[in-house]
Design a protein around this ligand. Structure first.
Ligand code: AMP
Length: 189
């Protein structure tokens, strides 16, 4: 299966994607991880992306669509893939649909991990206070900025996938193992 794990920063998409990699043998495609690798390697894309990521804005659609197009064409993705953190804008979703069409592939389901804003802000604060390397207040600021970017640019994808009949929602405020079970139930349905 090919799926999207969808939700705001701090919803637990990465954790749930890792679990599905283990249990299902699918490939995790995280644009955030790929961009961080590009930054660490000092590639041209990494150099362009770094300051944008540091301030919590979105990297251009062109860059992330290019990264995904290249990755999705690799043979291991035929096992099934989990998109984590992509798409994040309507143009990215449209580009993804066109890309999958051209490869005779499709998305099976988009799973929204729903978490209320209060809980996200609490999680963000906990994360920031546990991070030793960065000044905690800077981190909180950036993460709250990312939440605003999510609401403005990424949440409009919910009606986009709803219209396609692909959207399913799970309660991301439950304990991790319960969220895993809810996702399993969606995948089995
Ligand atoms: P993440 O690890 O998914 O939270 O992504 C970390 C950062 O990478 C984001 O705050 C963005 O700056 C950038 N990024 C990751 N995925 C995308 C995407 N699909 N579109 C634009 N920027 C992205």
């Amino acid at each position: 299966m090919n799926i999207i794990l969808f939700g705001p920063p701090g919803a637990g998409k990465g954790t749930q994607a890792d679990h599905l990699v283990e249990t299902r043998g699918w490939v995790k495609l995280s644009t955030g991880d790929m961009l961080r690798a590009a930054v660490a390697a000092g590639t041209e894309i990494g150099q362009q992306a770094k300051s944008i990521m540091d301030r919590g804005d979105l990297v251009s659609d062109e860059i992330v669509v290019g990264i995904i197009a290249e990755r999705i064409g690799q043979p291991d993705c035929s096992k099934g893939f989990i998109l984590d953190g992509f798409p994040r804008t309507v143009p990215q979703a449209e580009a993804l649909d066109a890309m999958l069409d051209s490869k005779n592939l499709s998305l099976d389901v988009v799973i929204e991990i729903q978490v209320s804003e209060d809980i996200l802000i609490d999680r963000i604060k906990t994360r920031a206070s546990e991070s030793a390397e960065v000044r905690a207040d800077d981190t909180i600021e950036t993460l709250i900025k990312r939440l605003g970017v999510y609401k403005e640019q990424t949440a409009p994808l919910l009606p986009y996938y709803e219209k396609q009949g692909k959207l399913k929602t799970v309660n991301g405020m439950a304990p991790i193992s319960e969220v895993e079970a809810q996702i399993e139930a969606v995948l089995e349905a």
